[in-house]
Design a protein around this ligand. Structure first.
Ligand SMILES: Nc1ncnc2c1ncn2[C@@H]1O[C@H](COP(=O)(O)OP(=O)(O)OP(=O)(O)O)[C@@H](O)[C@H]1O
Ligand SMILES: [Mg+2]
Length: 312
């Protein structure tokens, strides 16, 4: 960026890039994408962080003025020459998912990076709020259980939609469930490993987070059963994780998403959730619930058999 003076968010006449906040510029450390426009619509405004396959930026749509997330897979990055193919596969999966419980795709494309030394596939996505992991970990156990229950219900509905669209997510983790920015619902993100059901493991690589992967996942690739296993696994992980309480978790979002349970009900809720997660994480796939809908019914059974009446 040439550093020409002018109002934030306006285009510099000298290098044709948009002016971004000085802090974003400093953090981006010469990143050639900052201030550029992707697909003639999305300004790259700030660097948010690096995932295992992609870089995530905050952007803004020039047409609507609304902020967005920009996921960028460079072909000189972690996935090498597969980057463009992986970005296209993710965009295709997002288009196919068509569910309000899955992150909305606003645009996609390929960009040549400055100097033409690399190319990148990019996706413009609705910008979401914090993840389940970020919200749950700072909470004390009792509060966390209510939060996890609300998130599990939304995740099962999202998985039901995804599976009905013929896709398995392939990489469910507490970081891949995020709250919609208006605080309304939990939304599934990162369809980078989502693959059509029945495709098997041979197609495009579909990496997953080892801590939550079903034992058969490497051999089978993404499946309905492996998605349910991962959900059960991360539920157990969140329930048992030590609280990292620092008193700085966003309380307003918690109010919206916590299912209220009181007294003895609250004490029983953790036990019910653990029993349910044990059903989903059975080693033998045929002994797990057969679908997201069956897993939701199992959750209701676990809650009612222990007497944990929770208000939604
Ligand atoms: N639309 C979004 N709004 C806000 N944050 C998002 C959005 N999409 C993804 N993220 C977050 O950005 C991070 C990286 O995104 P994503 O998971 O899609 O890429 P990745 O390369 O697979 O990274 P990871 O290895 O962390 O899974 C994740 O923590 C994810 O929760
Ligand atoms: Mg991811």
């Amino acid at each position: 960026m040439c550093g020409g003076e002018g109002e934030l968010g306006t285009r510099c006449e000298r290098d044709q890039r948009f002016r971004v906040e000085p802090a974003a510029l400093a953090r981006g450390d010469g990143d050639p994408l900052l201030g550029t426009v992707l697909g003639a619509r999305f300004v790259v405004e700030a660097w948010l962080g690096l995932g295992s396959t992609a870089g995530l930026y905050r952007g803004r749509c020039l047409v609507s003025g609304t902020p967005c997330a920009l996921k960028v897979l460079r072909d000189d990055g972690p996935t090498g020459a597969l980057a463009l193919e992986l970005a296209a596969a993710e965009a295709q999966a997002l288009g196919r998912a068509r569910s309000p419980r899955v992150v909305a795709l606003l645009g996609e494309g390929v960009v040549e990076l400055a100097g033409g030394e690399a190319r990148a596939g990019w996706l413009a996505l609705e910008l979401l709020g914090p993840s389940l992991g970020e919200l749950a970990k700072p909470r004390a156990a009792a509060e966390r259980e209510g939060l996890v229950l609300g998130a599990l219900r939304d995740a099962l509905l999202a998985l039901g939609d995804l599976h009905a669209a013929g896709l398995a997510h392939g990489d469910l983790t507490p970081d891949h469930l995020r709250v919609r920015a208006d605080g309304g619902a939990w939304v599934l993100v990162d369809l980078g490993s989502a693959r059509p059901l029945g495709l098997g493991a041979a197609a495009l690589p579909a990496p997953c987070s080892p801590g939550y992967a079903a034992p058969e996942r490497e051999a089978t690739g993404p499946t309905v059963s492996a998605d349910l296993y991962a959900l059960g696994r991360f539920a157990a992980y969140l329930l048992d994780a030590r609280s990292s309480a620092r008193g700085d978790a966003p309380a307003t979002l918690l109010d919206v998403h916590t299912h209220a349970a009181h007294g003895a009900d609250r004490a029983r809720l953790g036990g019910s959730l653990r029993a349910w997660s044990a059903e989903l994480t059975r080693a033998e796939p045929s002994r797990r619930p057969a679908s997201a809908c069956a897993a939701l019914e199992a959750l209701d059974r676990a809650l009612s058999s222990s007497g944990s009446a929770v208000e939604s």
